[in-house]
Design a protein around this ligand. Structure first.
Ligand SMILES: Cc1cc2nc3c(=O)[nH]c(=O)nc-3n(C[C@H](O)[C@H](O)[C@H](O)COP(=O)(O)OP(=O)(O)OC[C@H]3O[C@@H](n4cnc5c(N)ncnc54)[C@H](O)[C@@H]3O)c2cc1C
Length: 480
């Protein structure tokens, strides 16, 4: 089987790249589980964009400020300058963002944005609507419930992938491979990500000697309903705070102003850290309260959150709900350039959450990630179209490593606890060193290849966190 392009991942980045590759190219989109299982599907708040040409400098400024000095300014410029075109392209192809009765688009505001510049769909179901739309507009073949377990690389060139499909491994060859496999959520005990987002490709890249960068930069979402058995927790979108929801302690006190004058509207890392510290200091449960909302508006604007919380017995908006921060978004990833190209491996690309273009610096501005998926997917697709030519294929063997062992499940859960306890919102030298030793012990045991992907990625996160001794953006180091 030979393709022009294999795309690993069917979230916003993978599917938009597929949409931008012409029909006459032979393209295969592979995804690990059922097609809806990806972070894109769960996105609630919306997509950020510069509202018009005049807003580009402000969008760039907000993104750079959130990024705390570590953004690549060129990447941010590309993101913002291409944002209007990317959104117009979706609308032109029939996508409906929420609008009023005169078809005027409804923009909302989220933390650390200087104006209302976020578009949403289905109220709080932006990701679900977008994902459905992109699947409908994908003109290429898809292979679902199939996991990529190897990259076929020789002499600095990529020739395809090995997939695990119904417990059988086989090779699929392609002139170009785009990795669009998302973040690392499932490494953590508490997270908001789709369960299958488990750092496979990041771990595989480490095995292949491909560089990951900024892996210590992990974003924790402050308002997550954690009172459930699953590791994947229900996110309560940032847009709620943007539109008036407040964070309070057991006594109804809004304590965030003690940490930042913007209170609930400070960036999400500041809010997460403040909550973490306040909870540690007082031992109190924290809540999200919706007193500022009119009931009918709340039901219409946040229909899914409203329905889900009511089903759990919370009479929102009059009743508040218990919350905690949880792991949310991987800022670092596979090092890639501004066309999505992975340095030193010809014909290999990385886009979306799995990639590090340095566009988010040390902290991602809310709702910039769906936009990143769109903008850099198009850059990669255009680069492939421009550079495609003939390719001499070579045959590869198939890895004979055991994929998983019965004991791996318990070790996977052990890793999740290690990461939550020692490598989450506040990091200390001793905590990180403890995590490193425990991960090394697990790596030295007899384990399957899939668990090895997770452990290698986790180890890289810890090593990066240890080597960045100062606190910056989402990375907070205490000297202990
Ligand atoms: C609850 C939640 C709410 C969010 N809200 C917003 C928001 O409002 N605005 C915003 O901008 N961002 C939001 N984000 C972040 C944003 O949704 C993600 O960063 C973005 O959707 C990532 O898109 P992606 O295409 O890179 O990856 P994903 O959408 O996660 O897709 C990854 C794909 O890779 C596949 N895959 C993974 N490993 C393999 C493998 N080994 N083999 C084959 N396939 C594989 C998966 O099956 C999946 O299809 C939110 C995230 C979450 C979790």
């Amino acid at each position: 089987m030979r393709y022009d392009v294999i795309i690993i991942g069917a979230g916003i980045a993978g599917l938009y790249a597929a949409m931008k590759l012409p029909k006459d190219k032979k393209v295969l989109v592979i995804n690990k589980r059922e097609t809806f299982k990806c972070n894109t599907f769960y996105a609630q708040g919306g997509v950020a964009l510069a509202r018009d040409k005049d807003d580009i400098p402000a969008h760039i400024k907000d993104t750079l400020e959130a990024g705390d000095g570590l953004c690549d300014e060129e990447a941010v410029k590309i993101l913002s300058e291409n944002s209007i075109e990317a959104i117009d392209d979706l609308i032109k192809n029939g996508f409906e963002f929420d609008h009023d009765e005169n078809r005027k688009l409804l923009y909302t505001k989220e933390a650390a944005h200087s104006c209302e510049r976020i578009l949403h769909a289905g109220g709080d179901a932006t990701g679900r609507y977008l994902h459905h739309f992109l699947l409908e507009h994908n003109p290429h073949a898809m292979l679902s419930d199939t996991r990529v377990v190897d990259l076929l690389i020789k002499s600095g060139e990529c020739y395809g992938v090995t997939v695990l499909d119904h417990r059988q491994c086989r090779n699929i060859y392609a002139k170009n491979v785009i990795i669009a496999s998302g973040g690392v959520g499932s490494l953590y005990e508490y997270h908001t990500n789709a369960p299958c987002i488990s750092a496979d490709m990041q771990g595989l890249c480490l095995m292949k000697g491909i560089e990951l960068e900024r892996m210590e930069m992990l974003q924790f979402h402050p308002t997550v309903f954690v009172d459930s058995k699953n590791a994947q927790k229900m996110l309560l979108t940032e847009a709620l705070r943007g539109e008036g929801a407040t964070i309070e302690d057991e006594n109804g006190k809004r304590f965030l102003f003690e940490y930042d004058e913007r209170g609930e509207l400070a960036s999400r890392d500041i809010v997460s850290k403040s909550m973490y510290e306040y909870k540690k200091k007082t031992g109190m449960q924290l809540y999200l309260a919706f007193n500022n909302f009119d009931e009918k508006y709340f039901e219409e604007r946040f229909p899914n959150i409203c329905k889900n919380l009511r089903a759990l017995g919370f009479n929102v908006p009059s009743q508040r709900v218990p919350i905690s921060p949880a792991f949310h978004y991987a800022i670092g990833g596979i090092k890639s350039d501004l066309k999505g190209r992975v340095p030193n491996v010809k014909n290999l690309y990385a886009i979306g959450e799995v990639a590090s273009t340095r566009v988010h610096g040390a902290n991602r501005l809310a709702s910039n990630s769906l936009l990143e998926g769109l903008v850099f997917a198009k850059e990669a697709a255009l680069d492939i179209i421009k550079s495609s030519g003939k390719k001499e294929f070579i045959e590869f063997g198939i890895t004979d490593e055991v994929m998983s062992l019965k004991e791996d499940k318990a070790k996977k859960n052990q890793l999740r606890r290690i990461m939550w306890e020692n490598v989450s919102i506040i990091r200390t030298k001793s905590g990180l060193n403890d995590a490193l030793s425990s991960i090394n012990v697990l790596l030295n045991e007899k384990i399957g290849r899939l668990l090895k992907f997770r452990l290698l990625t986790a180890k890289e996160i810890v090593i990066s966190a240890l080597s960045r001794k100062e606190s910056v953006g989402v990375h907070t180091r205490l000297e202990e």
